[in-house]
Design a protein around this ligand. Structure first.
Ligand code: GLA
Length: 383
């Protein structure tokens, strides 16, 4: 993969790549729509990822090419950049803009990306391209930012440059992931703990609905606003800074403050999901996969009914999983509205699972899903 990317770089730019980097995608095991509410999430990096080769140029331009898209882009070096349309190069361009806003001028550079994360599948292809760009420029130019600085910079790209009000989970997971570990991240304090991702006789299956979706066009920002409304309602009587400071029990005591039933449903999902993450992290630590699996199903049900971010495709996958005796837990992962689900499937029944799910899903949805067996991979690095 690296050799292929570097040889393509030479073919396109007529010179050797100066350095090559890689960043993984991520799945979130549990704790969905929690990060922008200041609670706990439990993602892990996966072995699908995005690679990047770079080299400086003296032509006063920034050139972006990708092995995944036919179109390349050349942009004059400027002191400031703006998003233009929705094409993929806006992500690395946003990273350059955010470095410049932090006082680091980025001069001429040539970039070539190659990703294995299915685009728009909810496996953080956008966080991966942001983080790999930030990591590469920081390393190659010796800009001196820490890994956490880069995560925060990439969150700014998403929020301020791309206009999606997402939380910090994706950028954090792809930057800090470690092989065979899940990351228990407190999205308020940014303190985290690595937990052994021991799954016993189970494998982590990632099932892509293959329903195309764009986060910025989805109802994601609407959910963020509904949570802000719930918080503002509750703050009339209680002093909290984010919804996840409440437990399910505490919210029940104060729910009269929230008048809109939809907003109350959103808040109920958030606080009960946060409670579930605590239980799930403990279960994973204690290697209690049965309990972990039950919590996955409960998470999905809450996302389906209270948070309303699932849909026919994701529900069809989870429904099938619930009837297949060699699956111990399943749920949607990421923002929802399409994208991917995850399931813990007994390793020796994976092929049976794949065949059965594909037939069931295709009959209900009208096209096939994709099933990947994922390993828990490493975070951003030079290769
Ligand atoms: C997307 C966002 C994350 C997070 C998840 C939902 O992946 O980028 O910040 O909010 O949705 O948990």
């Amino acid at each position: 993969m690296k050799a292929e990317l570097e040889s393509k770089f030479k073919e396109i730019y007529g010179k050797e790549a100066a350095a090559t980097y890689t960043t993984p995608g991520r799945v979130n095991l549990i704790g969905e729509h929690i990060d922008y509410n200041g609670g706990l999430v439990l993602p892990c990096a996966i072995t699908l990822g995005t690679m990047l080769s770079i080299a400086p140029n003296d032509d006063h331009v920034i050139r972006f090419s990708s092995m995944n898209f036919p179109q390349s882009y050349t942009i004059e070096v400027k002191s400031s950049y703006q998003k233009s349309g929705t094409d993929w190069y806006n992500y690395p361009l946003g990273v350059i803009e955010c470095f410049q806003l932090r006082g680091k001028n980025i001069t001429g550079f040539d970039f070539l990306f190659n990703g294995t994360i299915p685009i728009g599948s909810g496996l953080s292809s956008s966080a991966a391209i942001e983080v790999v760009t930030a990591y590469a420029l920081n390393d190659y130019m010796e800009l001196g930012f820490s890994r956490l600085d880069l995560v925060l910079l990439c969150k700014d790209v998403e929020n301020k440059f791309m206009g999606v009000n997402s939380g910090i989970m994706d950028q954090f997971a792809v930057a800090f992931g470690e092989s065979e570990k899940a990351i228990l991240l407190n999205c308020d304090t940014l303190k985290f703990q690595l937990i052994d991702c021991y799954l016993g006789k189970y494998s982590l299956a990632v099932i892509n609905t293959n329903k195309s979706r764009k986060l910025s066009e989805s109802k994601y920002n609407e959910r963020v606003a509904e949570c802000q409304q719930a918080l503002a309602d509750l703050q009339q009587e209680i002093t909290i800074h984010n919804l996840c400071e409440l437990t399910g029990e505490k919210l029940a005591l104060h729910k009269h403050l929230i008048n809109d039933p939809t907003v109350l449903n959103r808040a109920t999902h958030v606080v009960t999901e946060n409670d579930r993450v605590i239980l799930a992290a403990k279960a994973l630590n204690e290697r209690n996969i049965t309990l972990f699996g039950k919590l996955m199903y409960a998470s999905h049900e809450s996302l389906r009914t209270l948070y309303d971010v699932s849909g026919l495709e994701l529900d069809t996958i989870v429904d099938y999983c619930a009837t297949f005796e060699h699956v111990i837990g399943a749920r949607m992962t990421g923002a929802g509205f399409g994208g991917c689900a995850i399931a813990l499937v007994e390793t020796e029944y994976i092929e049976e699972f794949r065949t059965g799910l594909t037939a069931y899903y295709t009959e209900k949805v009208g096209y096939e899903p994709s099933v990947y067996i994922s390993e828990v991979g490493d975070g951003a690095k030079k290769i």
